[in-house]
Write a new protein. Structure first.
Length: 288
């Protein structure tokens, strides 16, 4: 069983609370995260619903100032983008970082805010899940030098960067992960539900699949205080996340039951290098 790898989200989403956009600060945060010992850094995606820096652009800048950490999207809303242009952008980032890119992908939440984003760029909202799977197939062909666009820009690795599906544990998600994707990035840290879904994925998978977990956590030895700090301000998230999608308290319990995962932790707060250091102080205790 592989060791637990711990990543951290670049706090671009916090602009929904602060209204302060700081792309350079995100790059500095990524540098500090690498120095602090994290295994990966991740960037979220939202064009209008929770406006933030564009993830592939941020990761291109991060690639220039890091040399060890994996660079991931959690999650890139691929159906918002033209598939061929997105393939070239991702291949460029993969070249810049020397093959460290991981593409966590989503199709957009079924919310009015997400629909507005699709309408703004002229992309259909209906059928976006199926288009995401079709996009992944096109990307793999393109990066591998096959198909109609075999002459498009290649990635650093033959076949391109790994693509992970951000999703839950429905039968459809499990089928899609098992047949199409290289990784699974769910957002529900209930250990028993996770284990059941992962057993189903392993039984059906046609390729090696990396198990991962997107978790919002508050690292604090005082569980009551952590729970209080973890409350999400009204209007920042819609709908409000389930309580079991937020983890608070002792770092050893947060990581318990998920050995071998590639985890993406999200820290609430401003994007400053010292905040990455503070979270990194607890990262070894999550690994166990």
């Amino acid at each position: 069983m592989s060791a637990l790898r711990v990543g951290i989200m670049l706090p671009s989403r916090e602009t929904a609370m602060t209204g302060r956009h700081d792309a350079r600060g995100l790059v500095e945060f990524a540098k500090a995260a690498q120095e602090a010992g994290f295994d990966s850094v991740w960037a979220g995606d939202s064009l209008l619903a929770r406006t933030r820096a564009e993830p592939l652009s941020i990761l291109a800048a991060v690639a220039a100032v890091t040399d060890r950490v994996a660079l991931g999207t959690a999650a890139l809303i691929a159906p918002l983008r033209h598939p061929l242009l997105a393939a070239a952008q991702a291949a460029t980032v993969d070249q810049l970082c020397g093959g460290r890119l991981i593409l966590g992908l989503g199709s957009g939440a079924p919310l009015p805010e997400s629909r507005r984003e699709f309408e703004a760029v002229g992309m259909p909202f209906a059928g976006r899940g199926a288009r995401l799977d079709e996009t992944v197939t096109l990307w793999r062909q393109t990066w591998g030098g096959h198909g109609e666009f075999a002459d498009a820009l290649p990635a650093a690795r033959s076949g391109g960067p790994p693509v992970w599906l951000a999703g839950g544990d429905t039968a459809k998600v499990i089928e899609r992960v098992s047949t199409t994707y290289d990784g699974w990035l769910p957002y529900f840290p209930d250990v028993n539900a996770y284990a059941r879904a992962w057993d189903r994925i392993r039984a059906q998978a046609v390729r090696e699949v990396t198990p991962a977990l997107y978790a919002t956590v508050n690292l604090n030895d005082d569980k009551a205080r952590a729970n209080e700090e973890q409350r999400v301000p009204a209007g920042v998230l819609r709908p409000a996340p389930r309580r079991d999608a937020l983890r608070s308290g002792d770092p050893r319990r947060i990581g318990a039951g998920v050995p071998g995962l590639a985890g993406a932790l999200r820290r609430r707060g401003r994007a400053s290098p010292d905040s990455a250091d503070r979270v990194a102080d607890r990262a070894p205790r999550i690994r166990g």
